[in-house]
Design a protein around this ligand. Structure first.
Ligand code: FES
Length: 157
């Protein structure tokens, strides 16, 4: 995974806005690209986007908070996600999720204070044949059982 750009570096977000600004309805794309580069969308970046597009910050904030794909807080070094889509759910993914939170002392949607782990619930990730599915960053772990959770987390210690 590419290194994330520090939030203090506003040149990159300005370049992203400049690249898309003439396209109608470009805000989603700008937020998407900005999040890819910086990892999240703090208020500093939202406000730069608003300034560069000459639109109110509330409009940018409204979109950034409406769509679940956007995150306003930094994610952990290890981004853990457990699929709670139907196929995974009926095969016990909630138990997998509970076990993850139990071991790490995490809460869904939050990042640990040391910045190491964040835990999220996802919708179907398109790997239903492997249900229940858990991911750590880009790595997929299928047919998870509660008993296998400690071993998976151990790999990312
Ligand atoms: S429901 Fe989990 S991968 Fe489809």
């Amino acid at each position: 995974m590419a290194e994330l750009i520090p939030v203090e570096n506003l040149d990159v977000v300005k370049a992203i806005v400049a690249e898309h600004k003439e396209v109608p309805g470009c805000l989603m794309q700008i937020l998407q690209d900005t999040q890819t580069k910086y990892g999240y969308l703090p208020i500093e970046l939202q406000s730069t986007i608003a300034d560069e597009l000459d639109i109110p910050l509330t409009e940018v904030y409204g979109v950034a908070t409406f769509y679940s794909q956007f995150t306003l807080k930094p994610k952990g070094k290890y981004k853990i996600s457990v699929c709670l889509g139907t196929a995974c759910y009926v095969r016990g993914s909630q138990g997998v999720m509970d076990k993850v939170n139990n071991i790490l002392g995490t809460i869904v949607g939050e990042t640990t204070e040391d910045g190491k782990y964040s835990v999220d619930a996802t919708r179907c990730v398109g790997a239903c044949g492997l249900a229940p599915v858990m991911m750590v960053n880009e790595e997929v772990f299928g047919r998870m059982t509660i008993n296998e959770v400690p071993a998976v987390l151990e790999k990312f210690n």
